[in-house]
Ligand binder design. Structure first.
Ligand code: ADP
Ligand code: MG
Length: 350
């Protein structure tokens, strides 16, 4: 189904929603954002915003009545809401994908079932599960649901650390063996309703305190890792029957093994450099895929580096001047918080 000048509904109003709205505008597509945050930064970039709790069905109905297609900018929207919306309007990617990727354990089981390697992990329901599995230490204990930017993660060096753990075991966790990381990379791809896929080249990512600090293309990796990462990401997108832009994060360990870390069913922070480095960005491609527009072959115009601007750092970036190969993005968040992503800077070079 092709709709002339469709209106796109986006659930979630953070910086990813903002950048989607900017790309939509370029394609003359109007956006209506639904967010539960009265200060949602995307309100500065979209055509219309509805602020309400996600479970207010009257407001959801109002939102749905205004749009032709629906997408979302973060994966932790209550599944029943996305399912409700999908009965009324097409939602891409399909909400059932979130049931897999919203839960780290289910996600990793799914990935391994496709023959793709992840880190070794176990499901943890109490402290004894950790004490009985010392081979997984040192390791990262991660909540199965609702973690991001290292939130809900605990580094456990040895058995003694388990005593000091003060966490709520009503929730489920996974314990993952700590990898001696050589590198981290990500693959961004966009899959269209025609089942065609566009894949960006691997992006090399540097994390500081479990938060993305820097992304760079080209990634300095072996050719076989380059190919394997792209193939695995494409395979998973196909198995999920994914529509839109998605990201796959990988670890490369000290022995050059590629291990899949996680899938993000959305545009991704590591893909921000595609705005300035490519003819078509991850955001524009997402809009093109979910609104069933034409697919344009990818062309890289520049190599690039993207730096995340966290917390108070934004103040200096706001007052700096920039050269013509530097692109500063201010997310226009009203409150500066420690560890909060406030903006980014992309530097391109040919
Ligand atoms: P989030 O959902 O918060 O992004 P991740 O599982 O991707 O959670 O972890 C965030 C970062 O923490 C990773 O990108 C990596 O730098 C580090 N990390 C997580 N798990 C491991 C591990 N098993 N071994 C080594 N580093 C890890
Ligand atoms: Mg991650």
């Amino acid at each position: 189904m092709t709709i002339l000048n469709p209106v796109l509904g986006i659930i979630g109003g953070g910086q990813l929603g903002s950048m989607l709205a900017v790309s939509a505008k370029k394609l003359k597509i109007k956006t209506v954002i639904f967010s539960d945050d009265p200060e949602a930064p995307a309100k500065n970039f979209c055509d219309e915003i509805i602020i309400s709790d996600y479970n207010k069905l009257k407001k959801i109905d109002d939102f749905v009545s205004k749009v032709d297609f629906v997408t979302f900018e973060f994966e932790n929207i209550p599944f029943n809401i996305l399912e409700y919306v999908s009965k009324l309007k097409p939602v891409y990617p399909n909400p059932s994908i979130n049931q897999i990727v919203q839960n780290r354990f289910i996600e990793k089981e799914f990935i391994n079932k496709q023959g793709v390697k992840t880190t070794n992990y176990i499901l943890v329901q109490n402290k004894n599960d950790i004490l009985d599995n010392e081979t997984f230490l040192p390791g990262f204990l991660k909540t199965c649901t609702l973690g991001y930017d290292g939130k809900g993660q605990y580094m456990i060096k040895n058995k003694d650390d388990v005593d000091d753990l003060n966490i709520d075991f009503k929730k489920e966790y996974i314990l993952e063996k700590k990898i001696n990381l050589k590198k981290e990379i990500s693959i961004i791809l966009t899959r269209f309703l025609t089942n065609d896929c566009l894949i960006y080249e691997p992006i090399e990512n540097l994390h500081v305190n479990q938060i993305l600090n820097k992304s760079v293309i080209p990634a300095v990796i072996d050719k076989n890792i380059f190919i394997q990462a792209q193939q695995q990401a494409k395979l998973l997108a196909e198995k999920l029957d994914y529509i839109g832009t998605m990201c796959v994060e990988y670890f490369i360990d000290e022995n050059n093994n590629l291990l899949l870390n996680e899938i993000a069913p959305r545009v991704h922070n590591s893909g921000h450099l595609t705005i300035n480095a490519y003819n078509v960005s991850q955001f524009e491609n997402h809009i093109r895929a979910v609104c069933n527009l034409e697919k344009i072959e990818l062309k890289k115009n520049y190599n690039a580096e993207m730096i995340n601007i966290i917390g108070e750092e934004i103040k200096t970036y706001r007052t700096k001047s920039y050269s013509k190969n530097e692109f500063f993005f201010d997310y226009l968040k009203t409150e500066i918080k420690e560890k909060r992503k406030m903006g980014h800077l992309t530097i391109v070079n040919s």
